[in-house]
Design a protein around this ligand. Structure first.
Ligand code: MN
Length: 293
């Protein structure tokens, strides 16, 4: 196996707010050339770096009712907690360490707010929201949720007491992850102790990157990746190493490109403009269901 080299280390850009509760740095498809095509099957990545929200007990902050169609939204909670509700009657709270994997597919309405408990006290809030595209054949399938608590996520020890790798989806070192996916996707949380080093490998053509959620790491023994930075790998070579210079957490994403046409508009990601128009019509006609504000 040859080494997968770093293509780019990107500092977070200026944050913006999604609703009034999610202060995020956009990495995909932001201003760094990380287009939906380049990062396929990852079509959007918003990173909410650690940010203190004061208490807001009477009016939880967040984002109101909105639709999605054609892909999956994956929410990884690092600090704080998010309450969600959707038009199929589903809902729950994503607590620290948990992951919500929502398959919007043919269409849902949902809303995402800071949980009641978090809103009462305020505190540090830190999240990732990743959108994973669906292949054409699955875009209009039935919506579903995978509510994955931290306890359900396999944790694989890193050599020399170096920490653990949480396998959210895909696999690591022969261990399968907690989430099921439609196409090959790996999502790993490496939680490394200072000096801990994880070796990771994925097929060369998979689009692969990671975010430094906590701490500071060195990639392949040479390249420094500081806190909140996004590291993109080239599409050659298979294996790389991440070594923590202090206690660190990195979220690693890698996926096989779907290689189908992408037509995207706001909350809809389909294959053709015609399908986007249909999504708007279906939304207008109430075909996404009903959800109260
Ligand atoms: Mn949403």
């Amino acid at each position: 196996m040859s080494v997968k080299q770093v293509e780019m280390v990107m500092a977070p850009r200026e944050p913006h707010f999604v609703g009034d509760g999610f202060r995020v740095h956009n990495f995909i498809p932001g201003g760094y050339g990380l287009s939906m095509q380049r990062m396929d099957p990852f079509i959007m990545l918003d990173y909410g770096s650690k940010f203190y929200f004061p208490a807001s007990p009477f009016k939880p902050k967040g984002v109101g009712v909105h639709p999605h169609r054609g892909f999956e939204t994956v929410t990884v909670a690092y600090k704080g907690s998010v309450a969600h509700h959707d038009s199929s009657g589903g809902g729950g709270v994503i607590e620290e360490g948990d992951v919500q994997w929502m398959t919007a597919a043919s269409g849902v309405l949902h809303k995402e707010f800071h949980s009641e408990a978090f809103s009462k006290t305020g505190g540090d809030f830190q999240m990732v929201q990743l959108w994973v595209n669906l292949p054409a054949k699955d875009k209009m399938s039935t919506p579903k949720y995978q509510a994955i608590s931290n306890a359900q996520i396999p944790k694989i020890a890193v050599p020399n007491n170096g920490g653990v790798v949480e396998v959210i989806a895909g696999n690591y070192d022969g261990n399968n992850g907690a989430a099921s996916t439609f196409t090959p996707v790996h999502l790993l949380n490496a939680k490394l102790n200072a000096g801990g080093e994880a070796s990771i490998n994925f097929p060369a053509h998979y689009n692969t990157a990671f975010i430094v959620i906590e701490g500071d790491v060195i990639v392949n023994g040479t390249e420094e990746a500081p806190l909140d930075n996004f590291v993109l790998f080239t599409n050659s070579g298979e294996s790389f190493s991440i070594k923590a210079t202090e206690n660190s957490v990195v979220l690693i994403i890698s996926g096989e490109p779907i290689k189908e046409p992408i037509a995207a508009h706001g909350p809809f990601v389909m294959n053709t403009r015609q399908e986007i128009m249909e999504a708007f019509q279906d939304y207008e006609n109430g075909k996404f269901g009903v959800l109260e504000d």
